[in-house]
Structures are given as C-alpha cells and as structure tokens.
Write a protein that binds this ligand. Structure first.
Ligand code: HEM
Length: 498
C-alpha cells in the first residue's frame, strides 16, 4: 500500500489557468511579466513548458473521452447496467479531498458504486468483507493486480503482489516461511534500540532546529528503514554499508514508492542489488557472522538454493515499499495517541503495574489500522464480468474498501472514535476486521507490523513526553489518507527514563 509518484495523473487545470489573468492594470503587469519571462527563457525550457501544456490538454481530453464512453455505456446498457454512482470530475475531486466521500457514497448507493478515477479507469467500489471475498473467489480468473506499480523492468517475475499466479505460491511460501514470529522476537532488543536512538536524536534536534514536521517525518522514516534493513536484510545499525544503503534507498524512492521506474530507480536498484548480493555471498561463505538473523539470511543459508534474482528483487522492494507503509503507520499512531492522551495515560499506568497487559500496545496499532492506512485492496478486471447483477467492464479497477468496512457501527460502536480497548474486549472475525488483505495476497508482514508498531507505542509512551507543535486537516497522497503535512510534535525524554 505505497504511494506511486510519477504515475499519478492529475486532472489538469483548465486552459485559462495557464495564463496570467487579472483586471486592468494588474492584468497588463502580469502579461508584461509573462512576456518578460518568455523573453528570458531559453529554448529548452519553452519547449518543455509547451510539451507539458500539450500533455495536460491531452490528458484532459482523454479523460473526457473516457467519461463519454462510460456515459454511453450507462445510456445503452447492452451488456448490463453499471453500478450506481457519479462519473463527474467533481466526484473524483471529492474522493481525493473528503475522507468521508466513500462512506457518503455507501450511504447513498449501497455496497457497490462507481466513479471515474483520474487515471481514466472506471473504479468500482465494494464495501463489506463478505461481498469482497465473494468477488475475489468467484471472479479470480477475471481479476489481476493493478499494474501501475509494477517493477517488472527491475525484477524478472515482478513483486509478489503482481506475480503470475502460477509462480506466486512458490515465492510467497519462501517469504512467509522466513518472516516468522521467532525472527521478530529475536530482533526485539535491536528494534527497541533503533526506536530509542531515533527518538532521542529527534528530542535533541528539536532544541536547535525549527522544521519540526520535517524532522518528525524523517525520524519515522529512519526508524522504518533501519528496522527493515535489520529484519529483511540482516543489516545492523553499526554495519559499514548502512550509510550507502540509506543513500541508495533515498534515491530509489525519495518520498514514497516511485512508479513507473525511471533511470534514477535503475541506478539505485543496481547499487542496492550489489550490496544485497555481497551480503548473500558473505553469508554463504562465512555463515551468519557479521549479519543478523533475517529473511535474507534464512533463505541464503537454507540447504537448497533458494536465492535467485526474483528473491533478491523482492527483498529489496519489501524494504522499499514496507518502509513507506510503516513510516506512515507510525505517523498515524503518534497522531491518534496525541489526540487521545487518556490512552497514553492508560499505557503508562499499565507499565507500572505488575502483570500489566502488554496487549494494549498491540491494540493501539490495530485500532490505528482500523481507522487509517489500510484503505483498500485493488484489482483490475482483465475480462468483463457480472457482479451482483452489475456489469464490470474490462479494464475497470475494482476496490474492496477496507477503511469503510472498518467503520461499520454495528461491528465497531462509535466507529470514528480511537478506542484501542475494543480489541481487548472481544475478538473480530476476518469478515469484520482484515486490514492486511483478504485473499492469497494477504500481507506477509502482518506480525512484524503489529509487533514492531507495539514496540514503538511502548517506547514512545514510556520514555518520552510530547506535545503537538503543529497540525492541520488530513490529506490524500494518491493512495492513502495521511495526517496533515504540518503535523509535528515537540518531544522530550522523560527525566525518569534518562
Ligand atoms: C502499515 C503497514 C502495512 C499494511 C496496512 C499492509 C497491508 C497490506 C495489504 C492490504 C496487502 C494485500 C494487498 C492485495 O491484496 O493486493 C499487503 C500485501 C503485502 N504486503 Fe503489506 N502492509 C503493511 C506493511 C508491510 C511491510 C512492512 C511489508 C514488508 C515486508 C509488507 C509486505 C507485503 C507484501 C510482500 C505483500 C504482498 C503479498 C503477496 O502478494 O503474496 N507489508 N499488505
């Protein structure tokens, strides 16, 4: 569930927005400024500007053409009627600006509805796990992965999520077999140390620096990255190659997963691959010395040869995609804990009580995932089919909306309230709560995410005191809703823990 950058096609502003406007004298000044800029610009930048404008106009026209095609479908339902829902540009805009848009559509149209996405795909939304499971079971042969985030140019058989169903079970079982609880618990003290190091560093920097939101985000990014270096690649925080790995990953995806991959990703991937091959070779020759127990070491040290180019590419991209997902989850955890100080008080009270319930920290992570970060499971219709009496045209995106399913008041009373204790009061079936997916592509890092997230909750609330320094409304980044880009905390180590 990472953020594709380059493939996000935005609906361009209208043509008039490209030119300076304004009444009377102001307009003349703007025009003069514009002409001045034009005169001083070189040929290359004018050509680039012109091509960008042509591309924007082309995007807009092709979006309108896609809309007309769907409108024609609606008016002449020769192959069956489409689900209800608006095909207008405003519906797409609302979906990316109002985080309750899908809930409102669900209230208006029921559990299956449509809209036209900015990428020109018809997006068919489904609310409810039973319905979503039925869809994935009954129509699995007509559904495939949404390929906008494919890494096929870098990895021979692509990333697990997008793999051919004939080979997916083989690679999936390799990774599920290594990413076990004993691996995570074996790394626990190192993971806690990473969290404390980074939070201490943030607390120290905050005294001298003013860019709190950026510092906070970078801190969580480093925690996520160092944690995945450790668990997936076996690279400890004192390893010589750490700084080269960090630099290469920053190049691979500066702020979210980049797709489609370009020359920068090819170069970064080659650099990381070199380092990962070096680890694998050293493991094979010198055993586990120098590197910690990890997904890679378990595969490299197995009796049979399990490490091939697809395995190497997948471990590289597990760190890449996982680090953005995990960082953004940590941001939400801090946001919800900050908005609910009574939960932090409860956590602290439990640490000081003998026989405290360690599950409250796990419950904080699960409650955060109920509300945020696990938005949807998406597939593309490779062939047309009928779903509950509605026609799903070839090429549509079908999305099972997890975030909305997790706000059903019949299952989660007071659904908008952050109340982790609900997870201690009862258990939820997979048809009520499944933030890690619903079919054979379910997340392989479920345990890691909950356990490491809980370690973060514990370290933060036990060892630190913080206040919110800045905040604002949440924003949509193309895949996920995120806390405001301004969200920042002012954090200090708690004196008794120093
Ligand atoms: C916030 C934390 C995370 C959430 C909410 C999450 C959620 C999900 C979901 C919903 C899926 C299913 C996607 C689908 O069916 O199309 C999935 C698959 C996957 N996730 Fe995660 N994930 C998280 C963190 C991670 C991390 C840290 C890793 C790194 C190891 C990871 C690795 C994977 C992989 C490899 C798959 C594909 C599995 C397959 O296709 O067999 N995830 N994740």
């Amino acid at each position: 569930m990472t953020r594709p950058r380059r493939n996000q096609r935005h609906i361009p502003e209208p043509l008039w927005a490209l030119f300076p406007t304004g009444p009377g004298r102001e307009r003349m000044t703007d025009v003069r400024l514009f002409v001045g800029k034009l005169a001083s610009a070189n040929f290359g930048s004018i050509a680039r500007w012109t091509l960008d404008r042509i591309q924007e106009i082309w995007d807009r026209l092709s979006w309108c053409a896609a809309r007309l095609r769907m409108k024609a479908y609606e008016l002449l339902p020769l192959r069956g009627r489409l689900p209800p829902g608006s095909l207008t540009l405003s519906a797409y805009r609302d979906a990316t600006r109002d985080d309750r848009f899908y809930l409102k559509q669900y209230g208006r149209h029921g559990p299956i509805f449509k809209l036209l996405w900015g990428s020109k795909h018809l997006k068919i939304c489904i609310v409810g796990y039973q319905l979503a499971r039925r869809l994935l079971n009954q129509h699995s042969s007509s559904l495939g992965p949404v390929m906008t985030t494919s890494i096929a140019p870098l990895v021979p058989s692509d990333y697990l999520r997008a793999m051919n169903p004939a080979i997916h079970p083989h690679y999936r079982s390799l990774f599920v077999g290594t990413l076990r609880n004993d691996l995570i618990s074996g790394c626990e003290s190192d993971i806690r140390q990473i969290i404390r190091d980074e939070l201490d560093r943030l607390a120290a920097l905050i005294r001298t620096e003013s860019r709190l939101a950026l510092l906070f985000r970078e801190t969580l990014d480093r925690i996520a990255m160092r944690l995945l270096f450790l668990v997936i690649l076996g690279v400890r925080s004192n390893a010589e190659m750490l700084s080269s790995l960090v630099a290469a990953y920053h190049q691979l995806g500066p702020d979210g997963h980049v797709s489609p991959v370009g020359p920068q990703q090819h170069a970064a991937f080659a650099a990381i691959r070199g380092m990962v091959l070096q680890i694998a070779e050293s493991l094979q020759h010198a055993g586990a010395t120098g590197f910690s127990d990890s997904v890679l070491s378990r595969l490299a040290l197995a009796a049979e040869a399990l490490v091939d180019d697809t395995v190497i590419g997948n471990v590289i991209y597990m760190v890449e995609r996982g680090r953005h997902d995990f960082r953004d989850l940590l941001r939400w955890i801090v946001k919800h804990l900050s908005d609910n100080p009574s939960v932090v008080t409860d956590l602290r009270a439990e640490f000081t009580m003998p026989g405290a319930n360690p599950r409250l920290a796990d419950a904080c992570v699960m409650e955060t995932l109920r509300l945020e970060q696990a938005e949807a499971v998406g597939r593309e219709a490779l062939a047309p089919f009928t779903l509950e009496g509605y026609h799903v045209p070839k090429g549509s995106w079908v999305g099972a909306l997890l975030r909305e399913a997790h706000r059903d008041p019949n299952i989660f009373p007071e659904p908008d309230r952050f109340r982790p204790r609900r997870f201690l009061e009862r258990t939820y079936s997979a048809n009520e709560y499944s933030p890690f997916g619903i079919d054979e592509h379910q997340c392989i890092a479920r345990s890691l995410t909950i356990k490491a997230g809980a370690m973060f909750v514990e370290e933060l609330s036990r060892g630190y005191r913080w206040i919110v320094a800045a905040d604002g409304p949440c924003v949509f980044n193309g895949i996920h809703w995120q806390p405001s880009p301004h969200f920042a905390i002012d954090i200090r180590r708690h004196p008794s823990e120093s």
